[in-house]
Design a protein around this ligand. Sequence first.
Ligand SMILES: *[C@@H]1O[C@H](CO)[C@@H](O)[C@H](O)[C@H]1NC(C)=O
Ligand SMILES: *[C@@H]1O[C@H](CO)[C@@H](O)[C@H](O)[C@H]1NC(C)=O
Length: 356
Amino acid sequence: MKGVVFFTMLLLLFFSLNSRAEIARRSSRVPSMGINYGLLGDDLPPPEQAVALIKSLGFGQVKIFDSDPNILNALANTSLRVVMAATNEELETLAASPAAAAEWLDQQVRPHLPAARIRMITVGNELLSHPEINQPRWPLLLPAMQNVQEALQAAGLNHQIKVSTCIAMDALNVSYPPSAARFRADIADSVLRPVLQLLSSTKSYIFLNAYPYLAWSENSNDIPLDYALFGPGATVVADGDLQYSDLLDAQVDSFVAAMEDLGLPGVKIAISETGWPTAGGPDEVGASVSNAALYNGRLVKKMMSNPPKGTPKRPGVSIPTFIFALFNENQKPGPVTERNWGLLYPNASHVYPLNF
Ligand SMILES: *[C@@H]1O[C@H](CO)[C@@H](O)[C@H](O)[C@H]1NC(C)=O
Ligand SMILES: *[C@@H]1O[C@H](CO)[C@@H](O)[C@H](O)[C@H]1NC(C)=O
């Protein structure tokens, strides 16, 4: 009897060690936290210093908004994984022909390999927003992405570098409740379906700019602030069988529901931008250092949890996430909040501490 108990305990011990080893093995694949490194400021420190700051803050991944060679040089020979971008303005070139995309890859990307650990090229940023400006470029998105993908394949780089695009939440025409979300009719079939098909076939991610702050600030009478700040720890929105206690989960799942509606339920999601502003104009309530510290602190805890938390629709699935942004950028146009998304002032001092 004692022997059986002992043997059972040994077995249990074995399994628990084994599952810990499994968790450790999986955790090596759990993505580290990412940060957006934007450059719309005339007082920002040089790239080498910015890169050192990114590392000292504890980020493992960085996202930039173009293919600036000075920044890619500063990222060379560091441990940081890099998401770089082809801009909306570069779509014409990239969509023109596979050869043009191959040339862009040769000039803008390959010189930095393998020293810079480039893992993703996003093609276009929020291209589906502001139809009045961007609509002429919508037909270019798929061919541009396809041509970059083809160029990566021809260069033997398609296994280490994926192609994606960054999309804002206004791609949805309704997002509440999450299960009712649908893509806007002007982009659903013509643009998003083929793009999502490409991402599905290349096992890439769709990159989502998801800002609970923006959703809350537009509906602050209906949405509790605490729900936007990961606060309640209890159900705020019940959507069929699914229970939501934070708005970011609801945003991600509304995107999943819209993809399901298009017949593409499996595309992986990354959050290319999220964050909270630390200051705003008199009409921009809720933008404060304390709310930003709460939002980003809880975001990091949630996204770094091991095993991953996922969302109600995708429990246990990790979501690579990039906070916006590294610095306050004084040349961003628009309301006061736009210039106050940073974790750091340009002089490198902290707007608030973020620990992880
Ligand atoms: C990265 O390291 C390699 C090997 O030490 C070196 O040849 C290269 O110049 C470095 N790249 C940069 C941009 O510092
Ligand atoms: C949202 O899109 C769906 C499908 O395209 C359409 O049936 C519906 O009327 C749209 N709703 C709104 C509010 O635009």
